[in-house]
Design a binder for this molecule. Sequence first.
Ligand SMILES: *Cc1c(COP(=O)(O)O)cnc(C)c1O
Length: 320
Amino acid sequence: MTQYAISYDDIVQAHARIAQAVHRTPVMTSTTANERTGAQLFFKCENLQRMGAFKMRGAYNAISQFTPAQREGGVIAFSSGNHAQAIALSARLLGVAAVIIMPEDAPPVKIEATRGYGADVVLYDRYKQDREALGRQLAEERGATLIPPFDHPHVMAGQGTAAKELIEEVGELDIFLAPVGGGGLMSGAATAVRALSPRCRIIGVEPEAGNDVQQSFRKGEIVAIDTPRTIADGAQTQSPGKLTFPIIRDLVDDIVTASDAELIEAMKFFAARMKLVVEPTGCLAPAAVFNGKVDVTGKRVGMILSGGNVDTARLAQFFG
Ligand SMILES: *Cc1c(COP(=O)(O)O)cnc(C)c1O
């Protein structure tokens, strides 16, 4: 028994459940990055995951465990983007109807992709409206099951499978890093890393402008902040989750931050040197490493490139 929302066993079961539907993404390396940092870096390319982010793992794991009555009522999700797409695509693959609540200022590519997967999209104002209340109201009206973007055991266990695959492929690590929004990815990943590479240091990376989890981690209790303004739209959360935070508090060794300028610099590196499109939030972990936020000298360092969904117009602005 565990006091946490998920155990490593849940991640093993999630992995078996989702294996047919998600990609086992490649782990890439770069001699240039290794030389620049003096470390051996392993990039788990979830930017190459189906629909473009690790969120496919948690979403598919959650919907595939619906009861017949839940399948009938459909699924509802609120999200700044990738979770919405993941729920929409997973629902379509599993033959379940999906309603997605998205902020009206979400990247257009994410809104369009979500509609493209056949979901019914409802837009809201993220600076004025409470999306969780809206989600509960719509769920009640339609008899649908709400799957939150991070604070749900099936979502957390699904996300953890990315770290499981990384360590199964490259072996034990000295340091593991992942971006932290609401902590779904990190709570699952930390659970997997502690089981598979017990001596590994686990580091979360947040946007500098929105360090709610860093503040919570230092205080030992959940701290809420205003919606941060950052290009890392996948990590624009106001606080870690009630289920994700205890795991992060106890299993993670440190939380560091990266600035928007550092994210853009990392995006350019991946495009130019590794021919990879990585979205701003997906660059949090490597940006922290490239900018010396963590001492990686001589270490084996694994990290999650969490997503690759970015408008080409925005990409051109960033790279201009
Ligand atoms: C959602 C998301 C994150 C943050 O994940 P959490 O589970 O909310 O911590 C990081 N990167 C990308 C690309 C995402 O879509």
